[in-house]
Design a protein. Structure first.
Length: 138
């Protein structure tokens, strides 16, 4: 008689879309609703190119939509801040690396985050003003 394998719980893998939703909720609390300007002059929004290739990628490319654009964009004091969201085991694609390099060469800022805590760390490192409403338990 074979013995059954012991049952083990594993931490759930958070899909990138759910992770982006929690970060959008956080930015809404910390800065302002998406597309609105905070009292400190910060504006943010999400960029969704999840189906970049689509059925007819040439049409999207012809409109200036490029692969690799970061998931979140913030604008403050004339400075651009791009944030790419990755799951903890995610990797940047070559297109994402190319866009990040272009943003940096143009004088913008780039962050890659895998958690709300890392998102808040980026904002704080860049000194982007935020409300301080969200606390992440250690």
């Amino acid at each position: 008689m074979t013995r059954a394998k012991p049952f083990r719980l594993a931490a759930p893998v958070v899909p990138e879309h759910a992770l982006q939703r929690s970060m959008a909720d956080t930015l809404g609390l910390e800065i302002a609703p998406a597309g609105k300007v905070s009292r400190d002059g910060v504006c943010w929004y999400a960029v969704d190119h999840a189906n970049y290739a689509g059925a007819v990628p040439g049409i999207r490319q012809g409109r200036g939509i490029v692969a690799g654009v970061a998931d979140l964009f913030l604008l403050w004091r004339g400075q651009a801040y791009f944030i790419e969201i990755k799951t903890p085991d995610g990797q940047l694609s070559e297109a994402q690396k190319a866009v990040a390099a272009a943003v940096l060469l143009a004088g913008g800022h780039v962050g890659v985050v895998a958690s709300v805590e890392q998102l808040l760390d980026c904002l704080d490192e860049w000194r982007v003003p935020r409300a301080g409403r969200v606390r992440v338990a250690a």
